[in-house]
Design a protein around this ligand. Structure first.
Ligand SMILES: NC(=O)c1ccc[n+]([C@@H]2O[C@H](COP(=O)([O-])OP(=O)(O)OC[C@H]3O[C@@H](n4cnc5c(N)ncnc54)[C@H](OP(=O)(O)O)[C@@H]3O)[C@@H](O)[C@H]2O)c1
Length: 498
């Protein structure tokens, strides 16, 4: 069902446009275009895949994910075909010489054009899921008795339109399998267009009070700006009044003054639990509702260090202080029910299994990115624990990861990564998109636990080895509650077993 041109292009007909996935071996690129008319179509993005075999593999993987087979021009009457539903011959140029059963595409280097092709992390095999979800049933590849002689067999994708959602799912899976395609701006560009995302400013945030941490920079700043455009009233918890003043100046350069004036703020350093308690008290004392709470503040620390509360810094900033803040704001969140708590985790958490001892105090084994990934994994586990609670009191919790966005935080903590990946990194607004969407949009029902990325619920584990041992999440809850001086039953209780 795939149609391969001289440029080795898979063309997929969607409901209202044709999508071309063109492998250009000389340029070492795979170009994805959307064609709504007669012209060449609009280039959605270009993935730089320097290895020709991988280029071919990408196309083959696409066909596999779509559950379709390669089409061919064949005048042989169907009745004379040797076997029904047999895989079509690849023809003289084949599909890149990959044997049947090849693990599939390994898009090892991806880049938006123009730009140098950085090496990607080890490629992941794309899902082998077949037709059902892709919307093309295997039956569609089988000849029917009514098919006229000399018809093309199997039919090409051009002849068998694929519903846009199914196509979007398939392409999403391909991007996700490459990691780089998913986390960079490629993922955002392709998904937002294929899935026709509503613009964030169309969300109705009218007069919703949304508490945001870490809004003086990067994703938090972009979140605050996007919230203002929806009519929401962001309440920013910042640790530095000077940084807040600079934020106001930057926002006034981009937004109408009356919008920026809707911002309220308070000072809260998440590395100081007493300041978190004080800010939460001031926020809740009048009983005014809080519609959403966004835990966005985050950082990595070069060296092992402890706060004045006696807790390891990475752990306090990402886990202990957010849990305390959520618990203290709960009455105000419940007053606004349905309300949401959104936590900004990281794709780095996929590499780690929850290990409470290491999280709480890594000691001599401290490594900045390991501690960070551990804390981000803990955020995912705590959110899942909340999602499993029977009685959430009208407060839902969601966790997301933003992919890779160009922010001051990334520039500082990963300078080489930031430089090498610069052409591919998302803008802060692109990274923040799903944060704002989770806070305000009508969300689809999903079976927890999930982590959201690019407005889609995704698995919280990619490796079986990252599943927490039984009881570990309960241990985490008890330990964090103890560290911040809360009754575990009053905050983030884990009701059922893993
Ligand atoms: N950018 C990415 O590609 C990426 C990828 C995965 C996950 N994330 C996550 O996204 C979130 C935002 O990151 P970013 O890239 O936007 O980083 P960023 O530019 O460094 O912004 C971090 C924000 O957190 C605040 N913050 C840090 N420590 C704090 C503390 N003790 N108390 C209160 N606020 C504190 C910072 O305040 P100051 O302005 O005062 O320093 C700043 O506003 C983080 O949770 C990060 O882990 C980002």
């Amino acid at each position: 069902m795939a149609e391969i041109s001289e440029r080795r292009e898979v063309r997929v007909r969607g409901d209202d446009a044709t999508f071309g996935f063109a492998a250009e071996p000389d340029a070492g690129r795979l170009v994805i275009r959307e064609d709504r008319g007669q012209g060449d179509g609009e280039e959605l993005c270009a993935l730089t895949i320097s290895d020709r075999e991988e280029l071919s593999g990408f196309l083959q993987g696409l066909r596999r994910v779509l559950g379709v087979e390669e089409g061919q021009q064949d005048a042989t009457p169907i009745e004379q075909r040797p076997q029904q539903g047999r895989r079509a011959s690849p023809g003289p140029r084949g599909d890149g010489g990959l044997p049947t059963g090849d693990p599939g595409p390994r898009a090892s280097a991806l880049a938006a054009s123009p730009g140098a092709p950085p090496r990607a992390p080890a490629g992941l095999t794309p899902p082998r899921r077949r037709s059902a979800r892709a919307g093309v049933s295997r039956a569609a590849t089988r000849p029917t008795p009514h098919r006229p002689p000399n018809a093309r067999y199997p039919p090409t994708l051009e002849e068998t339109p694929i519903p846009r959602p199914a196509l979007a799912r398939a392409v999403d899976a391909m991007l996700e399998a490459t990691t780089v395609g998913s986390y960079t701006r490629i993922g955002h560009a392709v998904r937002s267009r294929l899935e026709r995302w509503d613009a964030l400013h169309e969300l109705d945030g009218a007069d919703r009070r949304v508490v945001v941490t870490g809004a003086t920079s990067g994703l938090g700043e972009a979140t605050a700006a996007a919230l203002l455009r929806t009519g929401a009233r962001p309440h920013l918890l910042v640790r530095s009044p000077d940084r807040l003043e600079q934020l106001h100046e930057r926002l006034r350069g981009r937004l109408a003054g009356e919008l920026v004036d809707r911002i309220t703020h308070d000072v809260a350093d998440l590395a100081d639990l007493s300041s978190v308690r004080a800010a939460a008290h001031r926020l809740t004392v009048d009983g005014a509702p809080v519609h959403a709470l966004i835990h966005n503040a985050g950082a990595t620390f070069d060296r092992l260090g402890y706060t004045d509360d006696g807790l390891e810094r990475t752990y306090q900033l990402h886990v202990a202080a957010p849990l305390l803040l959520t618990a203290l704001l709960r009455p105000s969140l419940q007053a606004a029910a349905p309300a949401r708590v959104v936590t900004v985790s990281s794709g780095g958490m996929y590499t780690r299994r929850l290990d409470v001892e290491h999280l709480i105090d890594p000691g001599a084994g401290y490594a900045p990115l390991t501690a960070y990934a551990q804390a981000k994994r803990a955020q995912v586990e705590l959110t899942a624990a909340w999602q499993r609670r029977a009685d959430r009191g009208g407060v839902d919790a969601h966790v997301m990861h933003p992919g890779w966005a160009a922010t001051p935080g990334v520039e500082t903590s990963l300078p080489r990564f930031a430089t090498g990946m610069r052409p591919l990194l998302r803008s802060p607004a692109e990274g923040a998109d799903t944060i704002v969407w989770l806070a305000l949009a009508d969300l689809p029902d999903v079976e927890p636990p999930v982590i959201w990325h690019d407005r889609r619920a995704r698995a919280v584990h990619r490796l079986p080895t990252t599943r927490a041992p039984r009881g570990e999440v309960d241990r985490l809850l008890r330990r964090v509650a103890d560290d911040v001086g809360l009754d575990p039953a009053a905050c983030w209780r884990h009701d059922s077993g893993p």
